[in-house]
Design a binder for this molecule. Sequence first.
Ligand code: SF4
Ligand code: SF4
Ligand code: SF4
Length: 292
Amino acid sequence: MKIAMYWGAGCGGCDVSLLSLHEKILDLLKEVEIVFWPCAMDFKYEDVEKMQDGSIDICFYNGAIRTEENEKIAKLLRKKSKKMVAYGSCAIEGCVIGLANLYRREEILKEVYSKDVPGEELPEFLPYLKTLEDVVKVDASIPGCPPPSPILEDALNSLLAGKQFGKNVALCDECPRKDSKPDKIEINKIYRWHEKKDSGECFLAQGIICMGPATRAGCKAECITANMPCTGCVGALPKVRESGTSMISAIASIIGNKNEEEVINSIRDYIGTFYKYSTAKLLPEGRLKDES
Ligand code: SF4
Ligand code: SF4
Ligand code: SF4
């Protein structure tokens, strides 16, 4: 089986995440032939252009679409691949890179480059960030920032065997703290994780925002096992566009009647809390619309 891996607008963590398979990567390498992986080996775009259409069995595309080059290569790889897989949160929903959609292109360039905005020597910076499915048809997604190893292992095994993968339940379902989550939660104050001594019970019941109820299961609650609340890197459940709005709705339903305003005001950094990974889904065309 021929596979390709490409890195668009992202931090590079997704490329490195393959190594989290540890010795299992050796089993994977026995099954596949890597025909394009510029992060690890010296390949040129001309190498891909010369390939026959559909000759790559699976292309894993990580990172979002922020430049003309990202878009051009995504389209080229789509043409050359039987299956296109969005690998990681940046490719699927924009992730932290997508927070840039809160700002206009000109504001970003001015902030980064001050006066001397580079011209011809850099690929064109698109007006806003897009996800992979905004530019090409995507056949499957491997979520996470980067994909946690339980999800990655399941996805790779399933893809190689031609099977479906992914769980259809929320993270709470596989959380080691789920037995301490009451049927009815009422919170009268929201704490940030460092503001409260962790009792070891469900974070949400303690008044600490945990994105578990709005996040798809599969990572085996890695962060919660390490005593950190979930920030939602795996993203929404199937058929839900993004998890931030679902989580805001969940929080609204558990705020106690007494101090409603106080509780709402105690939530700091709405975007960072609820839309850290999904701003590009919330603002698919960035702030372009209010430019006029
Ligand atoms: S999904 Fe996370 S780890 Fe992967 S490229 Fe984006 S920011 Fe990096
Ligand atoms: S809200 Fe968070 S801590 Fe509570 S059960 Fe769900 S995933 Fe676990
Ligand atoms: S617990 Fe949440 S933030 Fe951590 S890996 Fe799982 S989905 Fe991502």
